[in-house]
Design a protein around this ligand. Structure first.
Ligand code: ADP
Ligand code: TPW
Ligand code: MG
Length: 584
């Protein structure tokens, strides 16, 4: 407290030493509350009423990373939450800044990432009477339906409790986004420093373990034991839980093939003998018992039904999740196990005892046969060293980079650039693949890259579609300003999905999906003092990426990709409605 408390005279007192009272204010109390809880990094954009707050936070030893747009700051905070299990903090100004940050908060909530969006807000009296204050907006009401919890603090003495509630709401149970509304007046409210210090709360055990019921564990093990063709699906909740050793032990002890969802890749290496990633459609169709660990049966898994899942009624689902309401959300769950993943997996391992039967050999060999076929089919596509590159030949080069440097963090967004990279680039370590997540949202790229580099100090390789990159591209300046070890590869195929569409009217406007032909995104990076490289072959790409990672210098590689190579919507064209009565 001493380092930040104000020395001030009590109003209306004499100058005697006895009469001097140490004071603090809202600014200091918020900073002290964050620091007390080990929240030492803030991602944000300054302005009224939080400019001085950012400055003071930096002066107090908090790392304050200033962005060019709040959405990117919010995405950085969200991924910080995913990587550290502590809420990432995003700080914005009122109304427009708040709304810019809100997209990231909603996205974090959807993905179950813990973060806290702290926004300054205008005067309550004026906002509530709608008298037209500077950046007037009822932010709390707007945030509420879009996040897990929303709080407002009106009195300096409540800051400690407000921050504590926000932390607990973000990380306990199913993690998510929390909004904390701090009106401008709060920051300058003054109170006695000692009382202020006492009002702060150090949150004890912010995400308490939630133990599964023994009967639920037994039920799940009985179903698993009866399986002829068992499958385990690992989701990003399993990656978040940081129960890596226990999850590996469960898989290896049971001998059950596992399928990692996108951000769970690397939880066990994609090259693990039990990884069924290369036989995805076969295992989904043919498995008879599926154990979901921190993964939801949403659109990414065809809601647990339909063609993807084979004959109707051919599956039994076991689900391990901290959120009881997730059970039966799409199909019947015959064995729900509700609790935190660490506790659930430990209980399952204990329940399996020492004599757990091996998974049926005919199933394992069927899965292996399919894997080998698919791997062989793909490998020739990855080897070509042609110009222009197609997605596979370019990704073949990046696949080798990650194999040789498994601790590099891969950020990935786009359509073809995303879907094909997910399949081609094997991951070897947990929480190294960060991508568009549950919404398939474009724009996470630079925010995630900055957040991952700042939180881990590791090199980041951001593989970006040219459209995807555009959503957050201005943050290359942020990457240069903080000199972060981020290498961006823009897969430049001149547009969204492809660069070959033409305007159907024959008019001079370009088609809706194409960009400036043969643009040089590398020049943007050079403009801010980073390294820009233009490459046209996989060999050049691989050399440039390796050099960037070795140097740890901000680098953008413009990788020219055949404009005709992509397909509409990447791998999810089935979700894309097309008119059948199109008029000429
Ligand atoms: P994916 O997209 O990888 O399939 P989802 O985001 O759909 O993953 O699912 C993640 C699930 O993990 C959510 O249902 C969430 O409640 C759950 N979850 C997150 N953290 C934990 C945890 N520590 N313990 C148990 N479940 C968790
Ligand atoms: C916030 C819709 C999905 S994928 C994509 C868009 C615009 C870009 C695909 O082009 P890109 O990749 O990145 O060049 P590639 O390799 O296929 O050429 N707005 C938001 N989110 C989404 N998902 C969209 C729009 C979309
Ligand atoms: Mg593109």
């Amino acid at each position: 407290m001493a380092e930040t408390a104000l020395k001030a005279k009590k109003p209306g007192t004499t100058t005697t030493a006895e009469a001097q009272q140490e004071l603090t204010d809202g600014f200091h109390l918020v900073i002290d509350a964050l620091k007390l809880n080990g929240l030492n990094t803030i991602y944000g954009v300054p302005g009224i009423p939080i400019t001085d707050f950012g400055r003071m936070a930096q002066a107090a030893g908090i790392r304050v990373i200033s962005f060019r747009h709040e959405q990117n700051a919010g995405n950085a905070a969200a991924i910080a939450g995913f990587l550290t299990k502590k809420p990432g903090i995003c700080l914005t100004v009122s109304a427009p800044g708040f709304l810019n940050g809100l997209t990231a908060l909603a996205n974090a909530t959807t993905n179950c990432f813990p973060m806290i969006l702290i926004s300054g807000s205008s005067e309550r009296e004026i906002v509530d009477l709608q008298q037209g204050d500077y950046e007037e907006m009822d932010q709390l009401a707007i945030a509420k339906p879009l996040c897990k919890a929303a709080f407002r603090v009106l009195h300096a003495a409540d800051i400690g409790i407000g921050v504590a509630r926000a932390i607990r709401a973000a990380v306990s149970g199913r993690p998510g986004g929390v909004y904390l509304d701090l009106p401008a007046k709060l920051f300058s409210q003054v109170m006695d420093a000692e009382a202020g210090a006492k009002s702060l709360v150090k949150v004890i055990d912010p995400a308490p373990a939630q133990l599964p019921a023994p009967a639920a564990v037994k039920r799940a093990l009985d179903v698993l034991k009866g399986a002829k063709r068992p499958l385990i699906i690992l989701g990003k909740g399993a990656a978040y839980a940081q129960a890596d050793d226990a999850i590996r032990a469960l898989i290896e002890k049971s001998g059950v093939p596992f399928l990692p969802m996108s951000m769970a890749k690397g939880l066990l290496p994609d090259t693990h003998p039990l990884c069924a990633g290369a036989a995805r459609s076969t295992v989904l169709k043919d498995a008879d018992v599926v154990m979901m660990i921190g993964a939801r049966l949403n659109w990414l898994l065809s809601h647990g039904k339909g063609k993807t899942w084979g004959e109707p009624g051919s599956k039994k689902f076991i689900q391990i999740d901290i959120e009881p309401k997730e059970m039966d959300s799409n199909v019947e769950i015959v064995a729900p196990v509700v609790g935190d993943i660490g506790s659930c997996i430990s209980a399952l391992l204990e329940g399996m005892g020492s004599k757990w039967p091996a998974a049926p050999a005919d199933w394992i060999s069927a899965v292996n046969t399919r894997k080998e076929e698919n791997i062989a089919k793909m490998s020739s596509k990855l080897m070509k060293n042609s110009a222009p590159m197609d997605f596979h030949s370019a990704l073949g080069a990046l696949r080798t980079v990650i194999k040789e440097r498994p601790d590099v963090i891969l950020v990935n967004e786009g359509a073809n650039t995303l879907d094909l990279a997910r399949g081609v680039i094997d991951m070897y370590q947990p929480r190294k693949r960060l991508d568009v997540g549950t919404w398939g949202v474009m724009g996470i790229g630079m925010g995630f890259a900055v957040g991952a580099a700042v939180e881990t100090g590791k090199s980041v390789l951001a593989v970006e579609g040219d459209s995807a990159f555009g959503f957050s591209g201005m943050e290359v300046e942020t990457i240069c300003r903080y000199n972060l070890p981020v290498c961006i590869v823009v897969f430049n195929n001149n547009g969204i999905y492809r660069g070959t569409d033409v305007n159907p009217t024959g008019g001079s406007d370009p088609a809706t999906t194409v960009f400036v032909k043969d643009a040089r995104y590398d020049k943007i990076m050079e403009g801010f003092g980073g390294v820009g490289v233009h490459v046209t072959t996989p060999d050049e790409l691989s050399r440039a990426v390796n050099k960037a990672i070795d140097s740890r210098k901000p680098t953008l590689i413009n990788a020219a990709i055949d404009p005709a190579a992509g397909s509409e919507s990447g791998r999810i064209g089935n979700l894309n409605p097309q008119s059948v009565v199109r008029k000429k």
